[in-house]
Design a protein around this ligand. Structure first.
Ligand code: ASP
Ligand code: MG
Length: 502
């Protein structure tokens, strides 16, 4: 049995969804009737949909009715567009369009109740966020049936039993396995293709949860493990895990074979093609994982196994992440303490805001935090709530931005806020848009140390390094740099480290 997982960009439009249907039909016919037979599909929401759903919920909580109505209308148009493009001649057309309308009507009701309450709970947010996968799985299943294969959309809220950590739920493996064995295995064994929603689950009481952003890869691994699948294939839009982002470095090379722990390392450093939690469930059951390209179906991609072949070529990888903001919170005097830094990190963690990198500066008396742009607003409000409580103002809210130690914010972003509080000044603001670059080496690849190599390369290239983080191993290091320098820096590093040579 093979589990195929398709990400949001792979099904981002009607054309892309048709392409995915081709892939599924082809893969299904390749293995149907063989010992590896049985095809299970796991899908993400269509690209940008989850972001829009969540933004709609925040807009509703803030009372911006027009914004959430626009969200709902946009989603309706996007999904009905797929129905029109791919199911126009199908007998299912009316039913599927009706299902899309019904679901989005339900979303509208949810948004309205959030607007009435004026707030959105993590539980409510998970319910809202789950709509994307519910829609995409139903569309894809109908498109597959239109191609003459048997397919059935199944919501993972019936299958993945999780705890109630909304926004970051953990699956309860034994219960999940039981349900998968009962509900999904017999279907797949009969040659029906279950099309299961990624990203979501439900508590034992049936309340919808999500596994965390980008969690569909994790869902596929859980489903693969619970079904004792032979392989899990993660279909994305690049040729596997590469030595660098191929959109930046066209000559980047695919790492053809990795061990579970090497892949886990790369995923942990932010290799976008693989969610870091994906590895554990497949490792426990020794399931082969493949990262393949839905835009380039004949490319073998990256194979991830327990014991890779000894003669594979092992190369370091450069992992870059953009769309990040550098946020600084601190004081202009010495009132900022380590305890305050600890508290800031704790509050952000509780709010589910991922901080891929941070640095505590002694001379600046502040904490620099790297967060995703989409979390910027919420990060600011969490920190404001924690450190700038109204009862501590001695001069009310306002003050200047661009104050000493703070750079002017980039256009359109919230200015740095400076507050007089009873025991000093507290400032909070977005410093700039940043990117992170991690160089993840492999033991023995370059005895002189990849870290000093990387430092020297960035130095000679005059990259402005804002912060550095190095793991305990000598062979990986992460840099935070201004976003506008990332393309040049990654290209330069890739060639300096000799990775461009075939
Ligand atoms: N749709 C979810 C997200 O955007 C899960 C995923 O794509 O993996 O985070
Ligand atoms: Mg992903």
């Amino acid at each position: 049995m093979i589990v195929h997982k398709f990400g949001g960009t792979s099904i981002g439009s009607a054309d892309r969804m048709a392409n995915v249907a081709d892939i599924v039909v082809e893969q299904h016919s390749r293995t149907d009737g063989t010992p590896q037979g049985g095809t299970v599909v796991v899908v993400s929401a269509m690209s940008t949909v989850t972001n829009q759903l969540i933004a709609g919920a925040w807009a509703a909580a803030e009372g911006d009715d027009a914004a959430y109505r626009r969200t709902k209308a946009g989603l309706l148009e996007k999904h009905l567009g797929v129905v029109e493009a791919l199911l126009a001649d199908s007998p299912e057309r009316v039913d599927v369009a009706g299902l899309v309308e019904d679901r989005l009507h339900e979303l509208d009701r949810l948004y309205r109740s959030i607007a009435v309450l004026g707030e959105v709970t993590p539980r409510g947010l998970d319910t809202v966020a789950s709509f994307g996968e519910q829609l995409s799985s139903n569309l894809l299943a109908a498109v597959l049936r239109g191609r003459g294969v048997r397919a059935e959309a199944i919501s993972a809220s019936e299958l993945l039993v999780t705890d109630d950590q909304f926004g970051q739920a953990t699956p309860l493996m034994d219960k999940t396995r039981e349900r998968l064995q009962q509900r999904v295995k017999p279907l797949a064994e009969r040659g029906v293709i279950p099309v299961i929603t990624g990203y979501i689950g439900a508590t034992e009481q049936g309340v919808t949860t999500t596994l965390g952003r980008g969690g569909s890869d994790f869902s596929a691994a859980i489903i693969g493990a619970g079904l004792d699948a032979d392989e899990v294939w993660i279909w994305s839009d690049v040729d596997g895990i590469l030595t660098a982002d191929p959109n930046i470095v066209p000559e980047a090379r695919t790492l053809s074979e990795l061990s579970y722990s090497e892949a886990a390392d790369l995923a942990y450093y932010g290799a976008d093609v693989l969610h870091p939690k994906t590895i554990r469930p497949v490792t426990e059951r020794g399931i082969t994982l493949r990262i393949v390209n839905s835009y380039n179906r004949t490319h073998p991609g990256t194979l991830i196994v327990e014991t890779p072949s000894p003669d594979r070529e092992l190369l370091p990888a450069i992992i870059s992440t953009t769309g990040l903001s550098l946020i600084a919170v601190g004081s202009h005097d010495d009132s900022w303490t380590l305890e305050m830094s600890a508290r800031a990190l704790q509050r952000l963690d509780e709010a589910g805001i991922y901080v891929p990198m941070f640095s505590q500066s002694f001379s600046e008396h502040n904490l620099n935090l790297v967060v995703r742009n989409r979390d910027q607003e919420r990060c600011l409000s969490v920190l404001r709530r924690e450190f700038i409580r109204p009862d501590r103002f001695s001069q009310g809210v306002p003050a200047a931005w661009g104050s000493p130690g703070m750079r002017a914010p980039f256009p359109g972003k919230a200015p740095t806020e400076t507050y007089q509080v009873s025991d000093g000044t507290c400032s909070l603001g977005v410093k700039e848009e940043v990117a992170t670059i991690s160089v993840v080496g492999v033991p023995g690849w370059n005895e002189t140390g990849i870290v000093s190599h990387a430092f020297a390369a960035l130095g000679s290239h005059c990259t402005r390094v804002i912060a550095v983080a190095q793991a305990a191993t000598e062979y990986s290091v992460s840099f935070c740099i201004p976003e506008e320098q990332v393309v040049d820096a990654v290209r330069f590093l890739h060639s300096e480290l000799g990775l461009g040579r075939g």
